[in-house]
Every structure is written in C-alpha cells, then in structure tokens.
Design a protein around this ligand. Structure first.
Ligand code: NA7
Length: 552
C-alpha cells in the first residue's frame, strides 16, 4: 500500500488491487495476489470471513457438494490436514474452515471487515479505480476484483402486510448469529427452494406447528449424509490428485463423478429404474449424472422426473400432500436440484402442514397470520426462504462507473454482458469472479473460484511484466461470448424453468440464462487458450503511469 495526497490534501491509500468480498473467492484472490507481490486490500461487509457461509446460518444449512470436494485445492497441506466431519459439512463447520484458512494463510491483516464498497469509478486519465467505502474513505487501485458472491443478496418477498407482522421474521440468507429456538412456536416457512428444503425438517422438530407455504414444488434427492470415518477421509485424500484433476479438466460441473456414456432412452425400463434407484440410494447431486442426455432431451428427462415423483408418492403418506409436493412445472435439474435430509417424510409429521400458494396466493400477512383467501394461518414466527437476487444482485448494489461515466447497472439493464464472465467492455481492469457468463453456480463453486483466481492472477502479472496500464474486453469478443452463452443454454432444457439462473425469481429482472452451461472443463480450456493467444478478445493498452505502490 502507499499513500499519496489527493486534491483535498488528505492522503489517499492506493493499492494494486482492491477485492470486494471475503468469501472463498476473495480470500483465495488475496492469498494468490499477495504471493505474487501485489498490494491488495479486501473489503468485506460482514464482520468475518466466509461470504455465503457467514450469512446463511439457517437451521439445516449445508453444502450440496460433498465437503471433501467443496474445499480449496490450492494447498495440498491444507487439504491433507483439514478433517471434514461429515459427507456434507454443516454451515458452522464450513465457516470454521473459512476461518481456519484465514488464520493459516494470515489473511486478516489485509481484510477490512464491516465495510461495504459503495462506489467504484474508473478514471480514464489515470487508469485507476477510485473506490468509496461505507466508512467514508476513498482508496484507489489499479484493479478491482468483485468477489461478491452469486447468492449473497437476500431477496425479501413483496407481500402485503409483511412489515406489520408482530412476530419475528427471519430470512434464511441473513440469519441472526445467535441461536434461534423455535421450541413451542407456530412457525411459517415461505419458500421451498434449497434453503426451505434444508430448514423445514429441522424447524419441524422444534416448532409446535410448522406451516410450509409452497409456490413451486422442487425436485430433491436425499443427501444420505453421514459421518466420515478416518479411513474414508484418508482414502479420499490419497486420490486427491485424480479427483482435483478430473473436477478441473474433465468434468462439466466441477464434481468428481462417473461420466455417463449413454442416454436414458438407451436402457429399458427395468435397467433405467435400477440405475435411478442406485443413485437415489447413493444420494446427492450426481443423480443427474446417471445419463448423458437428461439436460438435453425432455423425454429422457421425464424418466428421471417421473422416478423422483414416484419416490415422493411413496414417502408422503397423504396423497393430496404428495401430489402437491411433486414438481410438475419444470424439467428435473433445470432448477438447481435440492439435496435434503428427510424433507418429504417431514410432511408425515402431525405438526407439519403444506399449503399450496400457487393456486391460492398469499393475500397478505396480518399482525399474526398468513392470510390466504378467507383462511388465516396463525404463526408466531416467519421464515422467509425466498432466495436471492442471484449472480448480479450484489454487483448491482455497488455504484460502478466505467468509461464515459457509464454505470454497470446501465450497461446490464437488459441482462449481464461479459466476456468469459470475467470482464465487461467499458469497465477496464474490473474483474468478476464466477460472474454471469461463466460456469459459476452450475458448478462446484470452489473449482470455478480457483480457476478464475488463477486466471486473473496470471493476467495481472502479465500486465505488470509488460508495464501495461489497462485491460478491457472488446465489444466484439463480448458480443460473441454472450451469443455463445445463449446458444449453448438454448440447446438445453434449462431455459424452460422459471429459475434464478434465468433471473425469473426477481420481478422485473431481465429473463436471460446467466451462467455458462458449456461445462467447467471446456470453459477452462477456452480461458486458457485466450490467455495463450496473448489475451485474445481483450485490449491491453498504454504504459503504466508511475505510481507509488509497494507490496504491503
Ligand atoms: P431459491 O432456490 O430461489 O428458492 C426460493 C423459494 O422461495 C422458491 O420456492 C420460491 O418460489 C419461493 N418464493 C420466492 N418469492 C416468493 C414469494 N413472494 N412468495 C412465495 N414464495 C416465494 O432460494 P434458496 O435460498 O432456497 O436457494 C438458493 C440456492 O442456494 C440453491 O439453489 C442452492 O444452490 C443454494 P418460486 O420457485 O419462485 O415459485
């Protein structure tokens, strides 16, 4: 860091790189850049590291990727020494891991907590970003990296009367730090995505009565979570080189799994059923990897969807409740599939009621009830599991202006436009980690985060070596990439669902498929080829002006 006087005479801190967010992306970005001798400052809104895992503390919160894989691979010592306790670690353990990483790599001195980045403005004369913080300070940086997370902007539903509800209201994505005990309370959960599906079974065990308000039924596969034995951990650690290589290079979603060599219609009914049964019993996201055409062919997809619908009917005792829980408005997998522990069987409990708010929407929330038609469902507490303004929401909250004063929100008004999901034309030296236009939320985020961080580090090192001042995506490259992202998405069943991938969960948000569905391995290859060709599709300009920046 260095300090130089600004026009008001006060010293302005200056960094090579400002990173926004201290989740897994921001933490690794800091570690990696610092290792290359860059001066880096990370600003984090929360008072601790962990990002998603700092905020999402709701009951039952777990990762849906197995912990041995949902972990950093950049340090073999780290992956060999950390003991994951369960197949799918609970949120407190993932947060503990994030804190362990922060301590082990001494990250905290370069992170300023409880600080929001309010504004970032590019100065075309100096080629520097001016970054305004919630504490009133402004710092400058050559590069800004948005490590703001894809699912970090919790979305409050617009329901009449919500503000006047007299009981406690919780959002799963913004859960309090202190323990919330629902014992003896009548609780209402609104929303049945992953957060609702994970929290419902846990809340049901505490609440005197739980009412689940469901707008859209979702496909969910049992996690079959279990304690990991030392033998299992050791066996996994021994094959880390193979697992990590596969996840990075060969997989489509960053997860180590068999690659299916046939389509669902290539097998007869019995064979297909027994394969689905085996995956159901194994549990987890790899259910969708039974066949290679489930995301592509609706008839193939129907075979998997029907299997899960039958399972729901088997598990849920009341036929009408079972019918309501059976998803029927989107192909399986086109909304992120949920991974649960006893979700469907929870509806067999006498203290749990499912209410369909698709056919009878919530009219209003009164001081003590959720009103649907003439019926009031009285509740003492409300849990909003209503999701996020995903992928673009947390970026949009920052007032970012690039060349000619254009803001990123203006540019993305019709939907996000990026080249490779990494940069947007008109916004030089501004990188996004796992942004729209990259595999991101369709993948094991750890794999995609590490890939982006490594690529960005190589890129800024390349610029430093050549004393280059600014780098920017060209309009042509960006247009072609956006067209490619859309074309690949349109060749799948994904756009058929009203998912947050499409921005469909936020009223007024442009409806476009945001992540890149071409696969983690092929995407990495594209990014590597671009770099190997001297950052094809980007313009790198100008000699860097002398600045007083030294490694902190
Ligand atoms: P999701 O998956 O976006 O789920 C949100 C749920 O809330 C979903 O069932 C929505 O129904 C429902 N919802 C949203 N707004 C309303 C209103 N106004 N009224 C009633 N119901 C509403 O968010 P999650 O937090 O569960 O999961 C996000 C990701 O985190 C997940 O995919 C994993 O990757 C981890 P809808 O489907 O819109 O009809």
């Amino acid at each position: 860091m260095s300090a130089s006087p600004n026009h008001s005479g006060k010293a302005t801190e200056s960094y090579d790189v400002v990173v926004v967010g201290a989740g897994f992306a921001g933490m690794y970005m800091l570690h990696k850049l610092r290792g290359q001798g860059f001066s880096v400052r990370v600003y984090e809104q929360g008072d601790g590291v962990g990002g998603t895992w700092y905020w999402n503390r709701y009951p039952g919160a777990r990762c849906d990727v197995e912990s041995m894989q949902y972990s950093y691979s950049f340090s073999d010592e780290l992956q060999q020494e950390w003991d994951w306790s369960e197949r799918y670690a609970p949120q407190p353990e993932i947060l503990k891991y994030a804190n362990h990483v922060a301590d082990r790599f001494n990250l905290r001195p370069d992170i300023q907590f409880s600080t929001r980045v309010e504004r970032a403005a590019f100065n075309e004369t100096t080629n520097l970003w001016s970054v305004t913080l919630s504490d009133g300070k402004t710092v400058t940086a050559k590069f800004v990296v948005l490590a703001t997370g894809c699912l970090s902007n919790a979305r409050m539903p617009e329901i009449r009367g919500l503000a006047g509800f007299k009981g406690k209201v919780y959002h799963t994505g913004h859960w309090p730090h202190e323990t919330v005990d629902f014992t003896g309370q009548r609780v209402g959960v609104i929303g049945t995505g992953s957060s609702g599906i994970q929290s419902v079974p846990v809340i049901a065990e505490q609440a005197s009565h739980l009412t689940v308000f469901q707008r859209t039924a979702n496909f969910s596969i049992p996690a079959h979570n279990a304690v990991l034995t030392e033998e299992e951990r050791q066996a996994f650690r021994a094959k880390y080189p193979e697992v990590r290589h596969f996840a990075r290079v060969e997989s489509r979603n960053g997860i180590y799994a068999e690659v299916p060599d046939r389509g669902a219609l290539d097998d007869g009914d019995n064979e297909r059923r027994s394969k689905y049964e085996a995956r159901w019993n194994h549990g987890g996201l790899t259910f969708m990897s039974v066949y290679n055409n489930l995301a592509l062919d609706k008839i193939a997809n129907d075979t998997a969807a029907d299997f899960v619908r039958e399972k729901i009917a088997e598990i849920v005792a009341d036929p009408e409740t079972a019918r309501l829980l059976q998803p029927n408005n989107h192909p399986i997998g086109t909304k992120r599939i949920c991974i649960d522990t006893e979700y469907f069987s929870t509806f067999n409990r006498p203290n749990v009621t499912l209410v369909d708010i698709k056919s009878n929407p919530i009219e209003e929330i009164t001081t003590n009830a959720v009103r649907i038609g003439v019926k009031d469902y009285e509740v003492d507490a409300l849990v909003l599991a209503t999701g996020f303004d995903a992928m673009t929401g947390s970026v949009a909250k920052i007032d970012i202006s690039g060349r000619h004063g254009q803001t990123l929100n203006q540019k993305w008004a019709e939907g996000p436009r990026t080249y490779l999901g990494l940069m947007s034309e008109g916004f030089p030296n501004l990188f996004v980690i796992t942004g729209p236009g990259s595999p991101s939320v369709l993948s094991n985020m750890m794999v995609s985060i590490e890939q982006h961080v490594d690529w960005i580090t190589d890129c800024v090192t390349h610029m430093r070596e050549r004393h280059l001042a600014a780098m920017e995506a060209t309009k042509d490259a960006e247009d072609k990439w956006v067209a490619h992202v859309n074309e690949v998405a349109d060749s799948t069943l994904y756009p058929q669902a009203n998912s947050w991938y499409m921005g469909a969960n936020v009223p007024g948000k442009p409806r476009i498929f945001m992540p890149y569905i071409g696969g983690v391995g092929p995407y990495r290859q594209i990014c590597d080829d671009v770099a190997a060709k001297g950052y094809e599709g980007f313009v790198m300009t100008g000699a860097e002006q002398p600045r007083k920046v030294a490694a902190s």
